[in-house]
Design a protein. Structure first.
Length: 179
């Protein structure tokens, strides 16, 4: 990124190849929409180019990139009406029609339920969990992005995980109380 900042714009292609998949997965899990996620990744790279002079070498590139991604995400959700996410959101390629062992089938169902639960979280909590897990950022890096302490990030992540667990387990609890 330092080379891009200093005028070697061809290096942006290398950055795209290295990081577009991480960004795509982040946006896909934020939005549940493949097309929007592809557009948002492109917007991050447009902003990288536009704001390249703001990159500082002492800062870590991933944290700077996800700060841009977070702003792009905020813009996206700010201009879109809030929509309840459908239960059947396709986040990854569908498994092939080949029969799966029971354990793999159960795992796939659990992962799909987890993805659905993640999409039901408020945007701020979903974003925080994705920055820590998909983004691979440390609490300190996230704290710098959010403008708070690492301790505050740790507390927010804990609360977001607790909320995710409640949303994930809600169908089980309904089934137990309904039976």
């Amino acid at each position: 990124m330092s080379q891009v900042r200093d005028g070697d714009l061809e290096k942006l292609g290398i950055l795209f190849e290295r990081h577009h998949l991480r960004l795509f997965n982040f946006f896909l899990r934020m939005t549940g929409d493949r097309t929007a996620s592809e557009d948002l990744v492109q917007e991050v790279f447009v902003r990288m180019l536009k704001y390249r002079k703001s990159f500082r070498e002492r800062g870590e590139f991933s944290a700077w990139m996800f700060a841009l991604a977070r702003n792009v995400s905020a813009d996206y959700f700010g201009r879109r009406p809030r929509v309840t996410v459908a239960d059947e959101v396709e986040l990854d390629e569908q498994p092939s029609g080949d029969p799966l062992p029971l354990e793999q089938l159960e795992l796939a169902e659990s992962l799909e339920r987890l993805r659905g639960a993640l999409l039901k979280l408020p945007e701020e909590k979903r974003e925080l969990l994705l920055l820590t897990r998909s983004g691979g950022l440390t609490y300190e890096q996230i704290a710098a992005i959010l403008g708070c302490s690492a301790g505050a990030v740790k507390v927010r992540v804990h609360r977001a995980l607790r909320h995710l667990r409640q949303v994930f387990r809600a169908p089980e609890m309904e089934a137990q109380h309904g039976a």
